[in-house]
Design a binder for this molecule. Structure first.
Ligand code: ZN
Length: 124
């Protein structure tokens, strides 16, 4: 089994409405996003997937969030709070859809950190 991870970051604002702490006020984070894919079959170039291909898919997914007010985005409307947990699931589903034509690996997990000491991991 091979695992391959790329990491990127984005800056955005959010507000966790109704949260009793300062998270309930409008504020921002510099989120770090790490996407890991896994598979057993290497391609003819000896790669699970080209880092550049994975980075491009992750950049596109994260680019939709960068420098945005997350509460206003369609994915987070309808009562889904823009928490690190939901951001991780959203990035996972978006990247998995972009790479669905690649059959020798699957997206394994997405890690989203709000700070160097605080992160979540989403695995389906
Ligand atoms: Zn926050």
């Amino acid at each position: 089994m091979y695992e391959l991870t790329v990491e990127t970051s984005f800056a955005a604002a959010h507000c966790l409405e109704g949260h009793p702490s300062s998270c309930g006020r409008l504020h921002g984070h510099n989120w770090t996003v790490a996407v890991t894919v896994a598979g057993e079959q290497l391609n003819s170039a000896g790669m699970l997937v080209d880092f550049a291909v994975l980075k491009q898919a992750v950049r596109e997914a994260v680019g939709e969030l960068d420098h945005r007010y997350l509460n206003e985005l369609p994915f987070f409307s309808g009562g889904m709070a823009p928490t690190a947990e939901n951001i991780a699931r959203h990035v996972f589903e978006t990247v998995a859809a972009k790479l669905s034509a690649q059959t020798n690996f699957q997206v394994k997990e997405v890690r989203v950190a709000e700070a160097p000491t605080s992160w979540v991991v989403y695995r389906p």
